[in-house]
Design a protein around this ligand. Structure first.
Ligand SMILES: [Zn+2]
Length: 144
């Protein structure tokens, strides 16, 4: 998964503005890379609750770039976040394991209040016994 955050960083690094006087010279670069990694991590572990990742990332990093680079930054962010989402659709479990080091778990909470430990189905993040929750969620989304 981090191939996507690294790709965003690599394309944008030459346009990052220098940090304010007194700050370490690499601090803006580190901040951009961290922001890219944070969004990719969240996408891989929590994509069902992450509505507009490209918007989040763009607003997290745009201040590190000059006015003249904003539309380029936006394009790069949108392109690679879309690649990441396509990859996630095909390989959700691998992506989750790559960023968290653990296998994915169902999103449901059991009656005892602990997290369901079963392996979720890729398309909605719920295990076979909790599929009804995904249907409820779809109805709520449609109603909203
Ligand atoms: Zn479950």
């Amino acid at each position: 998964m981090y191939q996507f955050s690294r790709a965003i960083y690599r394309e944008l690094a030459p346009r990052i503005v220098p940090p304010p006087p007194g700050a370490p010279s690499a601090s803006n670069h580190a901040a951009v890379l961290r922001a890219c990694e944070a969004v990719v991590t969240r996408l891989a572990t929590d994509r069902h609750y992450f509505a507009r990742p490209e918007r989040t990332l763009f607003s997290d990093i745009r201040n590190y770039f000059p006015m003249s680079a904003q539309s380029h930054v936006h394009q790069v962010v949108c392109r690679y976040i879309q690649y990441a989402q396509e990859y996630l659709t095909l390989h959700p479990h691998e992506a989750y394991a790559a960023v968290s080091g653990a296998p994915p778990q169902c999103r449901a909470t059991t009656r005892k209040g602990s997290a369901c430990q079963r392996v979720p189905l890729p398309h909605n993040g719920y295990c076979p016994s909790h599929q009804h929750l995904a249907e409820t969620e779809d109805r709520e989304l449609a109603a909203a």
